[in-house]
Design a binder for this molecule. Structure first.
Ligand code: HEM
Length: 126
């Protein structure tokens, strides 16, 4: 089983002596790789200790670049510790909850009205 890395551990490794990146839910140690990075060290340093998924994907890294990742893999990011990192939150937002709630109501109200109508017909002997 791979190591679980919390947000605090990720954030703590954001200096040149230890550079960790979060890409797609996994944490990578890029400390040694930084000097070899064809895109330069600055871009990686700027993302260190953070969720670099968007930056990594925006560049359109090649399959060769992706093939380098497994060697640097440290572990899996603990999503539950990272609620303050945007995009990582798996909890529905209040807006999403309201929509969900609304759509339940969309079924519930007509169904209860129908039930009430049939109950009324039944009891009134219609
Ligand atoms: C461990 C993570 C990373 C690995 C293994 C990696 C690897 C590579 C490799 C192999 C290339 C050469 C082109 C290619 O094959 O796609 C490249 C280019 C590049 N990378 Fe990364 N990269 C990483 C993270 C990042 C991050 C976080 C950024 C931030 C924006 C970044 C920005 C760039 C840029 C701008 C280039 C283009 C350089 C150019 O074409 O002049 N990379 N990277």
């Amino acid at each position: 089983m791979s190591k679980i890395i919390t947000i605090d551990e990720l954030k703590a490794n954001n200096t040149k002596s230890s550079i960790w990146l979060l890409i797609d839910g996994k944490v990578y140690d890029c400390t040694k790789f930084i000097d070899e990075h064809p895109g330069g060290d600055e871009v990686i340093l700027a993302e260190s200790g953070k969720d670099a998924t968007e930056a990594f994907e925006d560049v359109g890294h090649s399959d060769e670049a992706r093939a380098l990742l497994p060697e640097m893999l440290l572990g899996t990011f603990d999503k539950n510790s990272g609620m303050d990192i945007k995009k990582l939150s798996t909890a529905p937002t209040s807006a999403q909850k309201a929509i969900e709630h609304g759509s339940n109501m969309m079924y519930f109200i007509p169904l209860s009205l129908m039930g009430a109508y049939f109950a009324w017909r039944y009891y009134s002997g219609a």
